[in-house]
Design a protein around this ligand. Structure first.
Ligand code: FES
Length: 611
């Protein structure tokens, strides 16, 4: 066995010789970005190692890393096999999770959860009254038809006597979840969970008050197996162990957050009685440990679609072991319960007129509601908006360029005001909108080549446009101003990636518009959901043609609406019923077989206002 020390966390792990650094990181619970899932193609898993004796870089590393990186100990974590003790320095992504969670508190509904507490004063047993504990409890409860629960029954002798026969029964509908000593009716908690492909978020909720106590998020630990759902499905389909591994990873990440939040607020896991979960269909399958293999190839068949309820201990979620975990229903293989959560929170069934809702994340889900219909589709927007597949792309974390303006030169907004490390989705949209407006790229996305055209650009902008190895590139940040000392550039390939992603989204929108038999101008409102939606400049989104050309005041951002949907389902049994209704009402439009899609996609590729 050899010893790997991860820095700066100082986590130590012992692993067999020949294990890759990426695998060691997964086992140690250290986050290493790995967009391609370890295939050696994305170059995002760069780490810096230090060893006693010199080591050889692989051919793939030599192609992906610069000469100065190779000289200073940088390797690709997925390619480098450990053969000696070493320390591994990981550039940790301090994601600005606040982005996912800063809409806490806007939710205003009457809390009427399915979990209820009943304080009871029980008569004490005597020689004259030898009623069994279970029967004594049932007689005192105002709810009939409760099934025997072995775990709860086993706790009764102790709990009754600890509370001196003053106890509190915790019920979910007519399921008895727990009996606690004394009157604990003032404390009743649940968790709303949003399992994103990139980030998992937990909202710890007070079920009595209907409020969010606190929230937290971590990168989905399945990231090490690839950034997109297809890589995760591919891994899971290799066998039961791999499926179990992915399930364990995501539940482990959630347990970590729950434990931390509980500790910070003095709330024990056994006081958390229910979880309501949303996620895309693949994430929901993996969360439940259900094989998602047949979601990948056409006809994209999920194993289940309806809302599902399981006991927490069945899937290892660390809340009360007998607590219920409710997963909201899916609509189709690529329109999951997260989209149902968005529909629930946005109240699509109650909005007047025509509403377009776009949730841009690792996938792009689109909802068009009105005329008594709810149409949905999912586009393979690809992880470009999350910064993957983009040379200097990164998630919205410290050091990410999130806003770009071109005046006489380039002006940048960098998250946390630090030196730039890369660029996130909203920054990319801004950058492309701005260079397109300034004439650095043509509407087809090509960098301009003609000297006469370049002459028209301000000098400092012109200097940033340069020839690279195979194509032109635009320097967003000069090395002297970046965190790594390297120039941060936007390459022709990056622009193509964004073009494909935005083309898919606008094509999806236009297909739904056509299916409803309306024109884009008839859309009354556009709601941008998802953390990303909140930071995107409407002007830039319209400028590059990501959305139909509509007046800016019609566009509103609604935050992490999927997470809000999970909160609603947790707080109100009625809202949970509405989620089922919305999932059944929604018509799924499959784009991969839609004859119009290709034409719309090609039309949507240009960077210009649509319509
Ligand atoms: S190159 Fe290592 S994970 Fe992509």
């Amino acid at each position: 066995m050899i010893k790997i020390t991860f820095l700066p966390s100082e986590k130590v792990i012992r692993i067999p010789v020949g294990t890759s650094i990426l695998q060691a990181a997964v086992e140690a619970g250290v986050q290493v970005e790995s967009t391609c899932g370890g295939k050696g193609t994305c170059g995002k898993c760069k780490v810096q190692i230090s060893t006693e004796t010199p080591f050889e870089n692989t051919e793939i590393e030599k192609r992906s890393l610069s000469a100065s990186e190779l000289a200073t100990g940088w390797v690709l974590a997925c390619q480098h096999l450990c053969v000696q003790d070493m320390s591994v320095r990981v550039h940790e992504q301090q994601d600005v999770y606040q982005r996912k969670t800063d809409f806490i508190g806007k939710l205003q509904i009457m809390a009427a959860p399915s979990v209820r507490k009943f304080p009871l004063t029980l008569s004490k047993p005597s020689v004259e009254d030898q009623t069994p504990d279970w029967d004594r409890l049932m007689a005192a409860l105002p709810v009939a038809g409760i099934q025997f629960n072995r775990t709860v029954a086993a706790s009764l002798p102790k709990v009754f006597r600890l509370g001196d026969f003053q106890v509190t029964a915790v019920l979910d509908g007519n399921k008895l979840l727990a009996v606690e000593p004394g009157d604990t009716s003032g404390r009743c908690f649940g968790v709303a969970i949003d399992v994103g492909t990139t980030t998992v978020v937990v909202y710890l909720m007070d079920l009595n008050k209907g409020t969010v106590v606190t929230s937290g998020a971590v990168t989905n630990p399945q990231q090490a197996f690839g950034a997109d759902v297809i890589s995760r499905i591919t891994y899971a389909s290799r066998g039961t162990d791999q499926l179990r591994e992915l399930q364990g990873k995501v539940v482990g990440g959630l347990n970590e957050i729950i434990a931390r939040l509980g500790q910070e607020h003095g709330i024990g896991y056994e006081e958390i009685y229910q979880a309501a979960v949303v996620g895309n269909t693949t994430m929901a399958h993996l969360f439940l440990g259900i094989d998602p293999t047949y979601l990948a190839p056409a006809p994209f068949v999920p194993v289940y679609r309806q809302s599902v309820e399981v006991k927490a201990n069945e899937i290892g979620l660390n809340i009360l072991e007998t607590g219920t975990v409710v997963i909201l229903p899916n609509v189709a293989g690529y329109v999951g319960s997260d989209t149902v959560g968005v529909m629930l929170a946005a109240e699509v069934d109650r909005l007047p007129g025509i509403s377009l809702i776009v949730d841009i994340g690792t996938n792009g889900e689109i909802i068009l509601s009105g005329r008594d219909r709810i149409l949905t589709c999912s586009t393979a927007a690809g992880p470009a908006f999350e910064g993957a597949e983009i040379k200097y792309g990164m998630r919205a974390a410290e050091g990410a360029i999130e806003g770009v303006r071109l005046t006489e030169d380039v002006e940048l907004d960098v998250i946390a005001g630090k030196k730039a490390r890369g660029i996130c989705g909203s920054g990319l949209i801004d950058a492309i909108a701005e260079i397109s407006k300034a004439g650095v790229i043509s509407p087809t996305g090509r960098f301009i080549h003609e000297p006469a055209q370049q002459e028209k650009l301000p000098t400092s902008i012109r200097e940033r446009l340069r020839k690279a190895e195979r194509a032109s590139e635009f320097v967003l940040v000069w090395g002297k101003d970046s965190a790594s000392g390297e120039d941060i550039v936007l390459s022709q390939k990056d622009i193509r990636e964004m073009q494909l992603a935005k083309g898919a989204i606008i094509a999806g929108i236009m297909i739904l518009v056509e299916e409803m038999g309306i024109t884009p101008q008839e859309i009354d409102r556009v709601l941008l959901a998802g953390a990303f939606g909140n930071y995107i400049r409407k002007e830039s989104a319209l400028g590059i043609g990501l959305l139909p050309a509509l007046p800016m005041e019609k566009i509103t951002t609604i935050g992490n609406a999927a997470g809000d949907g999970a909160k609603l389902a947790l707080l109100s049994i009625e809202e949970r019923g509405r989620a089922d209704f919305l999932a059944k009402q929604a018509e799924h439009i499959e784009l991969s077989t839609n004859k119009e899609f290709q034409a719309q996609f090609i039309k949507g590729l240009d960077f210009k206002r649509m319509g």
